[in-house]
Design a protein around this ligand. Sequence first.
Ligand SMILES: [Fe+2]
Ligand SMILES: [Fe+2]
Length: 277
Amino acid sequence: MPDPATSLPSSLVAGARAIVSSPDTQEKVRLAYAVSKAWFQRGLALGSPSKDGLMPDRPGRPDHPVLLAPRDMPKRSLTGKAGRLALLHSLAHIELNAVDLTWDLIGRFAHVRLPRSYYDDWVRVGLEEAKHFSMLQDRLAGLDARYGDMPAHDGLWQAAQDTGHDLAARLAIIPLVLEARGLDITPPMIEKARQIGDEDTAKCLEVIYRDEKNHVAFGAKWFRFLCDRQGISPEPAFHLFVRKHFRGALKPPFNDRARSEAGLTPGFYKPLAPLIG
Ligand SMILES: [Fe+2]
Ligand SMILES: [Fe+2]
């Protein structure tokens, strides 16, 4: 675990800003651990975007990996060592984006009146995303590779930019569309890793899957909270946000059980799936 001893920001918002801005992935992870620890020890004030500075338009990133358009990315699968490395690398990239997306969520909307438990939930998510990225870095290192060796795609931050003006829209797209998709695709990946005898990858993905169920649950909880406060019905509001900010339909098959356990009932996502049969 990174040493949280040095250079602690002055508030949660300042910490979120420092995490997202840092181009050094090790520093990003170190700060995520240190800021989370200070927050849970009640040693950090919330701060505010007007006092602590606005979040950057784009996150700080290292020189490598090279970022490509999604259509230019090589296909990935768990078959063969090269395919497995490419898959782990792309998962590490997704988790690094999740670190930035979560801390951006914490810092960008701190002017919105929200209970302290809202920040407790998302700081926990921000800590877990840093842990996921570290675990995948370790897994890559175990296979003599590292994050930055292969190209990565540049599509994920777009979702953040498109919803930077509206917290409910951000929650609809990031936890309730993108992270919920993780619940659909991770169990088959775990099974595949076991089939090829890669127990270390399977274990790593199991931790991620367990944590991500909570991330979706927090998304559903706070999305409903915001809708309740505005007196609007959550399902139609979700449909509107997704049609406006997410390109294309939501892809089945869905992990209905895990989604429902997280509070994302079929009335949210089924009307957005293509009609089949
Ligand atoms: Fe994650
Ligand atoms: Fe997550």
